[in-house]
Design a binder for this molecule. Structure first.
Ligand code: PFF
Length: 455
């Protein structure tokens, strides 16, 4: 049964700029600064980027529009939205799976964010000022193998985002992201210019822009698709929840497209900030998840005024991570708050405590729990793999089926055209058919192939 409408007015984003800042704040995150560069580095550069861009166009963007439509039409949390739009059916299970995904992602995300926060201080104190990856690798190794340090930083991050979430949607999320996003762009541009003007930067550009498809496999494509879900924060109800705070007159397809383009731009800028410098100083791009924490400090130390740029870089990564974590935390908080009627503070505090418990298994993956593995993966890797490569694609697949086959053409057009006010019927019709057929079929094939179920 659907809970009755809350008597009070729902909180929401107040201006068009606020909608953009919060939505972009969710999309831009460690996905751009940490995941995109290391996955590009490990999967051969330009070819991976091209596949990732295709996935973003055919899968990420359509699912984002889908979720925003569902959220704004139903004006409720991720689970209740689906119940409201399809009462008495099991579609709400997608929302429930989304709440689970939020936990898994936050479980490892808060840990990586903790490392980033810690690195701001380590960089400022000169602890990372070495041109030798062997030395920076020791600093990183000492940090991740220290259970207390890992847990404390994770809790600091959790407490920080909880305070903003408790302040509310407009006074917390919107206000914070509106201030932080321009700062993030400015810092990123500064670091980019520094990297691109280094002698020897050109090889980094070749790596980023000259494709070599010989290394591409089914797993590469699944990884690129998983990244496109993760990057745009889709497949798990985050955008449904944010859509429920959208203004009535907001143009959903246009907003989603702008967010997607800006998000891709940030990823490419992060690539431009990192790879030219990596090559200029003779480092290798394929260091994996540790690229940001071992190679990058050595790269920065190699350049003039490197320590200043290093501190700026980790501040911008921390800013990016914050906007994304706010949107992740909002999913369970909105659910508990609206569905069970708990206050926002209680919902946030209880979620943060449960996250501290779940997340600690990821935080201890390099120390106390290093030997504890499921399917050959530590908890950190398992949370990452299960969310990006399984739960988000499955969530996205079912959300598309929901819009395409249950919600239907008429409702979709009514919602995405703002009842005809936007005069964008042609583009919305195209979107509907992509979501009804192209996206679900593509996701299914890539998922089954990437997981080795079909050849
Ligand atoms: N989009 C974020 C990033 O790229 O870092 C991560 C993320 C946020 C994933 C919110 C999923 C989500 F619901």
């Amino acid at each position: 049964m659907i809970a009755s409408e809350p008597a009070r007015k729902r909180d929401g984003f107040t201006t068009s700029l606020g909608v953009m800042a919060a939505t972009l704040g969710s999309a831009v995150g460690l996905g751009n600064i940490w995941k995109f560069p290391y996955l590009t580095g490990m999967n051969g550069g330009a070819a991976f980027i091209i596949i990732y861009l295709l996935c973003t166009l055919l899968v990420g963007l359509p699912v984002m529009i889908t979720e925003l439509i569902i959220g704004r039409t139903a004006r409720a949390d991720a689970v209740t939205s689906l119940q409201k739009l399809a009462p008495g059916t099991p579609w709400w299970l997608i929302g429930a799976a989304g709440v689970l995904s939020a936990f898994l992602i936050l479980g490892f995300y808060t840990e990586v964010a903790g490392w980033v926060f810690a690195y701001i201080f380590k960089a400022a104190r000169g602890m990372l000022s070495s041109t030798q990856p062997l030395v920076t690798s020791k600093v990183f190794g000492n940090m991740v193998s220290n259970p207390v340090e890992c847990l404390v930083w994770q809790w600091i991050v959790l407490a920080f985002i909880s305070v903003i979430i408790i302040a509310g949607v407009s006074k917390g999320i919107e206000r914070m992201t509106k201030r932080l996003m321009p700062l993030l762009f400015a810092l990123l541009l500064i670091v980019c210019v520094r990297s691109l003007t280094l002698p020897g930067a050109a090889r980094g550009l070749t790596f980023l822009f000259k494709p070599d498809f010989s290394k591409v496999t089914g797993t590469t494509i699944l990884t690129a698709m998983g990244l496109s879900f993760f990057k745009l924060s889709v497949g798990m109800g985050t955008m449904t929840t944010y859509g429920s705070y959208f203004r009535e007159e907001q143009n959903i397809p246009a907003t989603a497209t702008k967010v997607m383009l800006a998000d891709v731009l940030v990823s490419i800028l992060a690539g431009l900030a990192i790879f030219p410098a990596v090559y200029a100083f003779g480092f290798e791009p394929d260091a994996g998840p540790k690229l940001l924490f071992i190679t990058i400090p050595a790269v920065f130390t190699s350049m003039p005024f490197g320590q200043v740029f290093m501190v700026l870089f980790f501040i911008l990564a921390a800013i990016a991570a914050t906007g994304a974590m706010l949107s992740l935390l909002e999913v369970p908080v909105a659910f508990l708050n609206e569905r069970l009627g708990w206050s926002r503070s209680i919902s946030t505090i209880l979620t943060a405590i449960s996250l501290a418990l779940v997340g600690s298994t990821a935080a201890l993956s390099n120390s106390t729990l290093a030997e504890f593995k499921i399917m050959g993966k530590t908890m950190f890797d398992l949370f990452d793999f299960l969310s990006s490569n399984v739960l988000l694609p499955l969530g996205g697949l079912f959300l598309c089926l929901f819009i395409g086959w249950q919600f239907g053409f008429k409702n979709t057009v009514a919602s995405a055209t703002n009842h005809g006010a936007l005069h964008n019927e042609a583009i919305v019709t195209l979107f509907f058919w992509i979501v009804r057929l192209v996206t679900p079929i593509s996701v299914l094939i890539v998922l089954l192939n990437g997981l080795g179920i079909i050849a």
